[in-house]
Design a protein around this ligand. Structure first.
Ligand SMILES: Nc1ncnc2c1ncn2[C@@H]1O[C@H](COP(=O)(O)OP(=O)(O)OP(=O)(O)O)[C@@H](O)[C@H]1O
Ligand SMILES: [Mg+2]
Length: 266
């Protein structure tokens, strides 16, 4: 793709991660894709999770009716374009239940940490952004996402159980950047505190502790803090676009603010 200045652009890749489940990774990934599509940006979404939640949300097909991210990672010669579906304003590579066995299937596979990065090479001059919705673990799927990514977004809920796990996330990012030099420029863009509730002790504790914890990871906390609201759950359950579903609800507006913050006014 050509930028306004005639210079070839390269897709920016975002890994949305946390080893804790149910914190809002999929919701944040969906918000990013919708917000980017609204701006006319060309987006590829990759569902790395065996639960395939975002695939279901976007009404995309999975195996055996479509080729998925599992097929892409398993067979190094699989053409990327064969795995892409167009749904709901953006391109998606579907999740697949087979991803739950990725670690064992690829345990002896050559270049197993580099498979996604390599597979995405032909996408680099096609898309503006590539958003990777990761599973709730730090296994090979998340590792592949981190090797392919420019930016990491950590999503958390206020509970200390989620926040205490950041040490593992930071260690993994550091390993990928420095110890193994798979991806020296990898950066944690920020931490999104989701399911925030001013009235809860856990949210107030997170308010107090997260800025210092963010600093430990050389990153920042996004100012947007989507509160807990049923509209968010309902959008996913009804397979509706997040921003099209009761857009005036405060939590929906907050997810929009998060996308604005990530894009920095783009
Ligand atoms: N701000 C919110 N308010 C209310 N419900 C929310 C909010 N954010 C997410 N949810 C709901 O919480 C559940 C988990 O969210 P989501 O699927 O985005 O998390 P996840 O981190 O991707 O989970 P997993 O680890 O299982 O992939 C979903 O039912 C979602 O609709
Ligand atoms: Mg998810």
């Amino acid at each position: 793709m050509m930028g306004a200045d005639g210079v070839a652009q390269v897709a920016r890749t975002i890994a949305v991660i946390n080893n804790k489940g149910g914190v809002g990774k999929t919701t944040a990934s969906k918000a990013l894709c919708e917000g980017m599509a609204e701006r006319g940006l060309n987006v590829l979404l990759i569902d790395m999770d065996a639960q395939a939640n975002i695939t279901t949300w976007m009404k995309a097909e999975t195996a055996p009716d479509a080729l998925t991210v599992f097929n892409l990672l398993e067979k190094p010669k699989m053409p990327l374009s064969d795995c892409v579906q167009f749904m709901d304003g953006c391109d998606i590579i579907a999740g697949d239940i087979a991803m739950k066995d990725l670690d064992s299937v690829l345990s002896q596979g050559l270049g197993r940490e580099l498979r996604l990065k390599r597979a995405l090479e032909p996408a680099m001059d096609v898309y503006d952004y590539i958003v990777i919705d990761c599973p709730p673990s730090l296994g090979l799927a998340t590792l592949n996402a981190l090797v392919a990514a420019d930016d990491v977004i950590i999503v958390t809920e206020p509970s200390m159980f989620s926040i205490n796990g950041f040490g593992n996330v930071y260690d993994l990012v550091e390993s990928i950047k420095v110890d193994y030099a798979f991806n020296p420029d990898l950066k944690i863009d920020g931490i999104l505190l989701n399911k925030y509730s001013r009235d809860e002790v856990a949210s107030r504790a997170a308010d107090e502790q997260l800025p210092a914890i963010a600093e430990l990871g050389n990153t920042k906390l996004y100012a947007a803090r989507p509160m807990k609201h049923k509209a968010i759950e309902d959008a996913a359950n009804n397979k509706e676009p997040l921003f099209g579903f009761r857009p005036n609800d405060a939590a929906v507006a907050e997810f929009r603010k998060f996308v604005d913050e990530y894009l920095g006014g783009e």
